[in-house]
Design a protein around this ligand. Structure first.
Ligand code: UD1
Length: 474
């Protein structure tokens, strides 16, 4: 018999994924694919309600504890999002394993469900039925929550010949236009119009083309790779992004019957196929989550084993951490990070993969606040990605910003706990690391940013010995 439970009790897929009523069927009634599955009964836009609820939550940290023990890395948000979007290409079911429990995942599942796709969830497993899709319109209310919603554009126009997707709009870390997605779709033969804040794309059937991205764009490469999978003929993508999430998506699309080669290099070749079929795919480990725990271990002079990660994807971070004097031992799918008393200052320049990731810049800045001398951090990907610096200043850090994209960080003995505000996802991780090393209490406001991208973060840090708790305000 099915029983109704409150979504807040769920540990699987995180508290954030479901707030509506959830139907938990008994194992005897379960479908073949999932012994015990949870069927989300979404209300229209219920996340509006959650967002308001989580807006007020805070994280409180008593700093000074050394992190020790093991942490297991969750599936990558930035891989799971395009995987979920790719299910729209299939006239059948896509099974996705190792999906992290995050607000952003909930946002895209709501969007997919709003397009008519059935979604079923069992812990980290998600089933999406692309056969039931009956709409090609992605509303502003859903898209504005998360820029990566643009990932549904390519699949919708490729499979249905039409898509109407809200323009994502502004973002705390920079302008983040989608012009390269649109230019590339036009090159595949789509007719694109921007009307009333919506992208309107039409194409009878997309046609393969030779496309050059002016700058490597991660979601742009993913969007066009998905679209070209169902195009007529061959597409070549040049100056493609090479982030590990891109070959992971190519593997997923190939498992569905696609024909993609070269993903993970700058030149990707896609031979279009008429249709894709059901497949089981697995989300790769989150390299940014792994990097965040690595930096936290180094900053607290701790000793942490990071399990279930792919060290090959974390080379830029390992390299920089070693330069700080931190000891990093690498094995097949784990890393051991041992902090040192004297953390050396190092310079950082963010670059597209395999360079140092912009998504780790904020966390590294927190580490540099207590390093032995002065470091220069150069952000080259986004124009407004130093908002955490002002909050670190409130904790006593010595940071000066010049030309908007350079931060000079002079190491000090220790930070002081303070009330701070998270302004974006990675800024919130930076403030958590700062709180862990500060003297006294740090209270981080606006943790809904953190909930977008870190699975069970308080639990994972608590298990490593941190004194961290969420203060729920409703
Ligand atoms: C993705 C990641 C994000 C990461 C970023 C850079 C996901 C869901 N998000 O974001 O976590 O911080 O890569 O590694 O995977 N650009 C344009 N026009 C476009 C597209 C991009 O000018 O049409 C510019 C951007 O403004 C930025 C640069 O290209 O300066 C790279 O952005 P991009 O790789 O597209 O970032 P996202 O895919 O949005």
């Amino acid at each position: 018999m099915a029983e109704l439970v409150d979504a807040r009790d769920l540990k699987s897929l995180g508290d954030n994924l479901c707030t509506s009523s959830i139907l938990v069927p008994g194992t005897t009634d379960s479908k073949k694919d999932f012994k015990c599955f949870l069927k989300i009964l979404f209300k229209p836009f219920p996340e509006k309600h959650i967002q308001q609820k989580n807006n007020m939550d805070k994280i409180e940290i008593q700093g000074g504890n050394r992190l020790e023990g093991e942490v297991i890395i969750s599936g990558a948000k930035n891989a799971a999002l395009p995987f979920i979007a790719s299910s729209l290409l299939v006239d059948g079911k896509t099974m996705i394993a190792n999906v992290p429990g995050l607000m952003d995942i909930k946002s895209i599942l709501l969007l997919i469900q709003n397009l008519g796709a059935e979604c079923e969830i069992n812990k980290g497993n998600v089933m999406i039925n692309g056969a039931t899709v009956n709409s090609t319109k992605a509303d502003y209310e859903l898209v504005r929550k998360m820029r990566a919603s643009i990932l549904v554009l390519g699949p919708l126009v490729a499979r249905f010949g039409h898509a109407r997707v809200s323009l994502p709009g502004g973002c705390a870390i920079g302008a983040r236009p989608v012009d390269l997605h649109l230019k590339a779709l036009e090159a595949l033969g789509a007719d694109i119009k921007i009307e009333h804040g919506y992208i309107e794309a039409n194409a009878e059937r997309l046609t393969g083309s030779d496309i050059y991205f002016d700058t490597p764009t991660v979601t742009g490469t993913e969007n066009i790779m998905m679209a070209a999978t169902l195009a007529r003929g061959k597409t070549i993508l040049r100056n493609s992004a090479r982030e590990p999430e891109i070959p992971a998506l190519a593997d997923a699309l190939n498992a569905m019957g696609g024909d993609i080669r070269g993903a993970g290099t700058a030149i990707i070749e896609i031979n279009g196929v008429r249709s894709l079929s059901s497949a089981e795919i697995k989300v790769i480990p989150d390299r940014i989550e792994a990097g965040t725990y690595m930096v936290a271990a180094a900053a607290t002079r701790g000793d942490v084993v990071i399990k279930g990660c792919n060290p090959e994807h974390i080379g830029g971070i390992i390299n920089k951490l070693r330069e700080t004097g931190t000891k990093v031992d690498v094995s097949d799918n784990a890393l051991r990070v041992k902090g040192v008393e004297k953390i050396k200052s190092v310079d950082i320049k963010t670059l597209p993969y395999p360079g140092f990731p912009t998504d780790m810049q904020a966390q590294f800045m927190a580490l540099m606040t207590i390093a032995d001398s002065s470091s220069m951090i150069h952000e080259t990907i986004f124009e407004n990605r130093f908002t955490h610096a002002n909050e670190l200043l409130r904790m006593g850090a010595d940071i000066s910003i010049s030309d908007g994209n350079y931060a000079r960080v002079r190491g000090i003995e220790h930070l002081q706990g303070a009330q701070v505000m998270a302004s974006d996802l990675r800024a919130s991780a930076s403030l958590i690391i700062a709180g862990l090393i500060a003297r006294g209490t740090t209270t981080i406001n606006r943790v809904y940013h953190m909930d977008r991208g870190y699975d069970s973060i308080e639990k994972k840090f608590s298990e490593l010995g941190a004194d961290i708790k969420r203060i729920r305000t409703n």
